[in-house]
Design a protein around this ligand. Structure first.
Ligand SMILES: Cc1cc2nc3c(=O)[nH]c(=O)nc-3n(C[C@H](O)[C@H](O)[C@H](O)COP(=O)(O)O)c2cc1C
Length: 168
């Protein structure tokens, strides 16, 4: 199964990035860094339709499995990811054919946070959004990083994820 990871964080080389980097270094997943794309807030008048959102989506729909990677900020996704998720509304209005290409695809979530466990409100927007778009939400990989990300603390979990979620 081909897999893309869409990474976003307010910290370019922070915990979430280290997680995604390990996964992309050790599997065939392709990472897309949202900060390298100009995606602006949802606009009801679609005056931003020439920014990077539609070209980025056109690349993502080439994959069978799309993983969203975001740190947990205030029990939710980071703001940059929320801007991207809001723009999925463009696929219900100005580019429906592109939106239809999401149907049947797999979708997952990767997140990091200080707390030991993630609340349901972190993953539920992804599950519900996937359902609305006709995608199949698979799972969330949440890594608790109470101090700086240390690979040794998470290597077994990450290797399991590679084997079970990325290598099939
Ligand atoms: C603005 C902000 C809000 C945060 N909110 C939470 C939170 O609600 N729950 C939590 O466990 N950690 C929270 N944290 C800690 C981060 O989720 C954690 O340090 C994460 O691993 C950082 O990932 P990053 O390096 O990719 O930003 C927050 C951090 C920031 C900067």
């Amino acid at each position: 199964m081909t897999t893309a990871i869409l990474f976003s964080s307010s910290r370019a080389s922070g915990d979430t990035f280290q997680i995604v980097k390990y996964l992309s270094d050790n599997s065939a997943v392709q990472m897309f860094n949202l900060s390298e794309h100009s995606v602006s807030f949802y606009d009801y008048e679609h005056q931003n339709n020439a920014d990077d959102f539609l070209p980025l989506m056109a690349e993502l729909v080439q994959f069978e499995h799309i993983i969203f990677a975001t740190p947990m900020y205030w029990y939710s996704m980071c703001a940059q990811m929320k801007v991207f998720i809001d723009r999925l509304s463009d696929l219900l209005t100005i580019d429906k054919p592109l939106g239809r290409q999401l149907r049947g695809k797999q979708c997952s979530l990767i997140s990091s946070g200080y707390d030991s466990n993630a609340p349901d409100c972190l993953w539920q927007p992804f599950e519900l959004t996937a359902k609305y778009l006709g995608m199949h939400y698979k799972e969330m990989l949440y890594l608790s990083c109470p101090s700086e990300f240390k690979l040794a603390d998470h290597k077994v979990t990450l290797d399991d994820f590679i084997e079970n979620a990325l290598t099939c």
